[in-house]
Design a protein around this ligand. Structure first.
Ligand SMILES: Cc1ncc(COP(=O)(O)O)c(C=O)c1O
Length: 392
């Protein structure tokens, strides 16, 4: 047996358990319609909420940045110096979020890896929602801090944990803002109140909230009017902003501490100039006009209502994330396959990403979808739903 045989076994095991993921290959820009296997299919599963991933204004900004700054940042910013473009983006994010300052890093995942281990040590305790995103879980794992995992969105459960750890001096509560598989919201006002009562810091990952919630898509803190009461906001430029990169926003000192010490900032190069310029262009658009955000919500409301009318269970979502609940994994996979044959791209999500028996097609609406696109999707969901006996 070769020393890498365990990898063969692991892959065979994934196949056997039906967990092997064959990723579809796209031969076009990420947009409402994409080309897969030489066919144009309606894209119902990208996080390109506002259609910015292929927006002319972002493309033009990226091209201009290449002409002026080239394609790469050269090295990590703390060694090679920082481009004015990155500083400009950080200033713009802070203003957009209504925070004192912001730091840009390479991805949303890295925001959690940058922040959580820097702030929390062995004597401290982290309170974390049981359904928090994998990058939060990994950020927590990088610390030696005690972990108090509270039941999903359960304010009473969190209060109990806070009492249990009352004597610990440094406490951090972390939650997703919008939970990405179900589209439900963290009870942030209640979390903030509890945190204030117990002297805990609050951190929210707004990856699915920015561009979606709040005035002009400023995110969950703006949505709940909690400015100045959430210590750390982090998020991504890869979903509604349509590009790539992550940010952490908060007090000037928090951001300065991260800039001095956060490992993904110190040990990994910055986002590329075209990425950064495209992110700035996305903020320009959102600050000037909330039409893309309104179009997203109108599309989401229209699609959800149509599916519910047909008899589909669309879960408890409070956002444009629309889980079409199908029960067992086999049904979800069969559904996704049949949809694809009907020119609709909607990926099945099953265990272990969601609990057993709660498999689904996770539909992601976008401002890029036209009303005809949505009618087309509804027609195909109805067809496949009836065929598979999910609806009558
Ligand atoms: C809550 C949350 N945090 C972080 C990320 C990672 O963002 P990125 O793709 O920019 O690394 C995601 C994306 O799946 C997410 O949903």
């Amino acid at each position: 047996m070769g020393k890498l045989a365990f990898i063969d076994r692991a892959l065979a095991d994934l196949r056997e358990k039906g967990l092997y993921n064959t990723i579809r290959m796209i031969d076009s820009a990420s947009d409402a319609w994409v080309t897969i296997d030489g066919r144009r299919v309606l894209n119902m599963c990208s996080n390109n909420y506002l259609g910015f991933a292929n927006d002319d204004r972002l493309r033009a900004a990226a091209k201009r940045a290449i002409d002026e700054y080239g394609v790469g940042p050269g090295a990590v910013r703390s060694i090679a110096g920082t481009m004015s473009l990155h500083i400009e983006l950080e200033k713009r994010i802070a203003e957009f979020k209504g925070a004192e300052a912001a730091l840009s890093v390479q991805s949303g995942l890295n925001t959690n890896l940058a922040t959580i281990p820097l702030l929390m040590g062995k004597e401290d305790v982290i309170f974390t929602d049981e359904l928090n995103h994998a990058s939060i879980i990994d950020g927590v794992r990088l610390t030696k801090a005690q972990r108090a995992i509270f039941p999903h969105r359960d304010v009473g459960g969190l209060a109990e944990k806070l009492e249990e750890y009352e004597k610990v001096e440094k406490k951090l509560i972390i939650t997703d803002g919008v939970f990405s598989m179900d589209g439900d919201l963290a009870p942030l006002p209640e979390i903030v109140e509890l945190a204030e009562r117990h002297g805990a810091m609050v951190m929210v990952d707004d990856a699915h909230g920015e561009g979606v919630l709040g005035s002009h898509g400023r995110g969950i803190v703006d949505h709940f009017g909690l400015h100045g009461r959430v210590d750390i906001e982090c998020g991504t430029m890869s979903k509604a902003f349509g590009v790539m990169g992550g940010y952490i926003a908060g007090s000037a000192n928090l951001v300065e501490y991260l800039r001095q010490q956060a490992r993904p900032f110190l040990f990994s190069s910055a986002a590329t100039p075209p990425d950064v310029a495209a992110c700035i262009a996305a903020i320009d658009i959102l600050e000037a006009d909330d039409a893309p955000v309104r179009a997203l919500w109108e599309n989401a409301d229209y699609f959800k209502a149509a599916l519910q009318e047909l008899g589909f269970d669309t879960g408890e979502s409070q956002t444009p994330i629309t889980p079409v609940m199908l029960g067992e994994a086999e049904t979800a996979w069969a559904f996704s396959k049949r949809l694809f044959a009907e020119d609709v791209f909607g990926t099945a999500i099953a265990f272990p990403t969601v609990p057993r028996g709660r498999a689904r097609i996770r539909v992601m609406l976008s401002a890029a979808h036209s009303r005809e696109d949505l009618d087309f999707a509804v027609e195909k969901f109805a067809l496949v739903g009836r065929e598979l006996g999910v609806i009558e």
